[in-house]
Ligand binder design. Structure first.
Ligand code: C2E
Ligand code: CA
Ligand code: CA
Ligand code: CA
Length: 279
């Protein structure tokens, strides 16, 4: 039994070492990626349910890895949140998004709200406010076309300083959205205390909305509560026409999901916009 225990231990310790080595390798490669401009931004449309027109888009990072190809954020975001690289990633995503947004405005495209994800570690970075306002100045992208998405868990720490930060963003004209709403430690008290423009209901509540009356009731309640507080409500992960029909019936404002489009490279997103406008 002792020998077995030892070999099991060495098995685990090898696996741990391998894992640690992989993480270190990924971290080094991400450092290169940030230097070599390997990150790119995809955009997924957000559609006004009432008018059925695209009114905005969420910026979602992708990594064009030199050997592994296009990597999804799931394969690197968690690690980069732990090691702090997410702050530089977030900076680049915001910069690229505002640069593109400004180009489209200059071309005379109809204005869009562009939404960018902020991680918890960015929110506790004292440089964040200056970085965001510098990017807006440098690119000339109007603050009232920018939305920042924060998750509930990101809002839980350092509450007072976070409220102050969000209020400063708000006074520039930036919109604030709560991401993955309903999945975190959902407390309704922060809805009262934080300045919020949009609630994004997590996909997990939308998935079964056709068949599950409880999910439908929960989503309807979130919409009613949001509206009573003057907050717009967006449904995430809408894949089917029937889901959209129900969301329309219960008064949801905006939807995002594969039904309209997957996240697209910026040029393809621009084509989609042109096509939907021409219709
Ligand atoms: P998220 O912020 O909740 O973004 C929505 C995710 O759901 C995206 O995955 C999107 O592609 C996916 N999605 C949208 N509609 C549908 C649908 O109808 N069906 C299904 N099955 N999925 C749908 P993605 O792009 O892989 O991003 C995953 C997560 O990575 C994001 O979740 C976000 O938490 C994080 N992330 C992405 N980009 C950034 C970034 O620039 N900064 C930070 N901090 N996090 C990011
Ligand atoms: Ca998001
Ligand atoms: Ca989300
Ligand atoms: Ca999510």
């Amino acid at each position: 039994a002792k020998a077995e225990g030892r070999s099991r231990f060495s098995f685990f310790s090898e696996a741990l070492t391998r894992n640690a080595r992989n993480q270190l390798e990924l971290e080094t490669q991400m450092y290169q990626a940030l230097e070599n401009d390997e990150l790119c931004v995809y955009l997924q449309p957000q559609t006004d349910i009432h008018s059925n027109s695209i009114t905005g888009a969420e910026a979602l990072v992708r990594w064009q890895h030199p050997e592994k190809g296009l990597l999804s954020p799931f394969s690197f975001i968690d690690l980069c949140e732990q090691n702090g690289q997410i702050n530089r990633i977030g900076y680049q995503v915001l910069l690229k998004t505002c640069q593109q947004g400004k180009k489209w405005l200059d071309k005379g495209n109809p204005p869009l709200i562009l939404a960018v994800n902020l991680s918890a570690s960015q929110i506790s970075d004292p440089e964040l406010y200056n970085q965001v306002s510098d990017i807006l100045q440098q690119t000339g992208f109007p603050a009232h076309h920018l939305e920042l998405e924060l998750t509930e868990s990101a809002l839980m720490s350092e509450t007072e300083s976070t409220i102050t930060l969000l209020e400063r963003f708000r006074s520039l004209g930036i919109h604030i959205a709560i991401d993955d709403f309903g999945t975190g430690y959902s407390s309704f008290s922060y809805l009262k205390r934080f300045p919020i423009d949009v609630l994004k209901i997590d996909k997990s509540f939308i998935d079964e909305i056709e068949h599950n009356a409880r999910d439908r009731e929960i989503v309807a309640a979130i919409i009613a509560m949001g509206h009573s507080l003057g907050i717009k409500v967006l449904a995430e992960g809408v894949e089917h026409e029937n889901q959209l029909k129900i969301l329309n019936e219960i008064g949801c404002d905006i939807y995002q999901g594969y039904l309209m489009s997957r996240p697209l490279p910026m040029e393809q997103f621009a084509l989609l916009l042109d096509n939907t406008l021409a219709e």
